[in-house]
Design a protein around this ligand. Structure first.
Ligand code: HEM
Length: 410
């Protein structure tokens, strides 16, 4: 029996509701900004930097960039083609004259129209370029990276990655967070309706909790570093090129380093929790009544250890996690058995699924912390209040007590 103390309402948690309202306002601004960005017509990736030739003493010779550098390079190629390399001779080092060096400038005048010019030129040559898998030739550009030409299809990929997925991903994450903030503001925190009984029952053992925190910390680091990789250019560049550079580097490494603990944690979660997360008839009833989430009535639909909502979270972690790991490993070792086009699709899939999983786990973190009174203790010290257990996991509590594991003073 539940201890019969007065019924607590979600609306009693006023400070939580005010917090929810403030968060909702901020998220609304961010979401509106994102939605406007979808329609701003700036889907072209435009050059942001250009190169100029400078002398070591800092005396810049801007106008000589194209001429000097290209002439030096062409002369080098020409010489090598006419004579062929002598067997004993070192290959000449490509590059501009040694008393000059190329410097990157973070500014391009009118990049939009520059890109438009390229596109116009490209429309004429597109068909020719498409016919060939690979174009081989000589480049007389002054530094090696400039000699890599982009496939026309690369533009489709970049449009998907840099425009559609990033904007759509931001809308998914911000939109779902806004929804949760509104729920908190309007509905309030889900209370322990009969208040805390101060008697607790064991919910998760040490291995389950340690593994949950290892997996979730890894997931959060993977999510944050992934967001830096995807959105750093928009969100972090305004704080300075140096900040973006350092954070980008840390994030690229961090993203690779935290995938093994995530993968191991996921495997242990599968071993520990799969059998309790198999679907059952109870789940349909639970889902049909929205888990009792929208009312303060303590008689929630009955559930065993995991209710249908938690089972969905579990399967999202397992199936989504496996797909993320598989696609992530392919991206770490690209072109093993897949071609450029497939790897492009894998990258788009990885990024899209990531945003969906991030939204799902923002929801999970919400319900595990501010959204529901008493839930966090299940994963913190492993003990939950008996009234919480009875209101949310009635059948599990009955089983526990039938097996002779009564509530203790907490
Ligand atoms: C700060 C972040 C997080 C908090 C505060 C948190 C909190 C919790 C809590 C309180 C529970 C137990 C709920 C219960 O008593 O039934 C739980 C369960 C669980 N957590 Fe987390 N969690 C976090 C992040 C994550 C992440 C990132 C993942 C994904 C890898 C994850 C996966 C799970 C799973 C699969 C369960 C069991 C099913 C469920 O209860 O939904 N958690 N979490």
């Amino acid at each position: 029996m539940t201890d019969q103390t007065p019924i607590v309402r979600g609306r009693d948690f006023k400070e939580y509701r005010i917090g929810g309202a403030i968060a909702a306002l901020l998220l609304l601004v961010a979401l509106t900004w994102q939605i406007i960005a979808i329609f701003d017509g700036q889907s072209l990736t435009v050059p942001e930097t250009q190169w100029r030739l400078s002398q070591p003493d800092g005396n810049y010779a801007r106008e000589r960039l194209a001429y000097d550098a290209l002439t030096a390079r062409t002369r080098l190629m020409d010489e090598r083609f006419r004579t062929g390399p002598a067997p004993s001779e070192e290959a000449p080092v490509p590059g501009p004259r040694t008393d000059h060096f190329l410097t990157e400038e973070p500014f391009v005048g009118d990049p939009q129209s520059l890109t438009q010019t390229w596109l116009t030129a490209d429309a004429r040559s597109l068909e020719t370029a498409r016919q060939s898998e690979r174009v081989v030739g000589i480049s007389s550009l002054p530094y090696p990276n400039a000699a890599l030409f982009e496939r026309p299809e690369g533009r489709d990929w970049r449009f998907g990655m840099a425009d559609t997925i990033t904007h759509l991903g931001a809308v998914i994450i911000l939109g779902f967070s806004l929804l949760l903030a509104l729920v908190l503001a309007v509905r309030g925190r889900v209370p322990i309706a009969y208040g805390r009984s101060r008697r607790t029952v064991k919910r998760f053992n040490f291995l389950e909790r340690a593994n949950h925190w290892m997996t979730s910390t890894s997931f959060i680091v993977l999510a944050l570093t992934g967001l830096v990789i995807a959105y750093g250019d928009t969100l972090i560049r305004p704080f300075g090129e140096g900040v973006l550079g350092s954070l980008g580097r840390i994030s690229t490494w961090g993203h690779a380093l935290f995938f093994p603990p995530f993968a191991v944690g996921l495997l242990i979660m599968i071993l520990l929790w799969t059998w309790r997360n198999l679907p059952s008839r109870l789940d349909l009833h639970w889902l049909a009544s929205g888990g009792g989430f929208f009312s303060d009535d303590p008689d929630n639909p009955p559930a065993r250890k995991f209710n249908a909502g938690q089972k969905l979270v579990f399967w999202a972690a397992v199936l989504g996690g496996i797909a993320m790991i598989a696609s992530g490993v392919m991206l770490m070792f690209p072109f093993f058995g897949v071609d450029l086009e497939i790897i492009g699709w894998i990258m788009l899939g990885h990024a899209t699924l990531a945003t969906v999983l991030i939204a799902i786990f923002i929801g999970h973190i919400y319900i595990g912390t501010v959204g529901m009174q008493g839930a966090i203790w299940a994963m913190w010290d492993g003990e939950v209040d008996r009234n919480w257990a009875e209101e949310h996991h009635e059948l599990w509590l009955k089983d526990l007590e039938a097996r002779g594991d009564p509530a203790r003073d907490g």
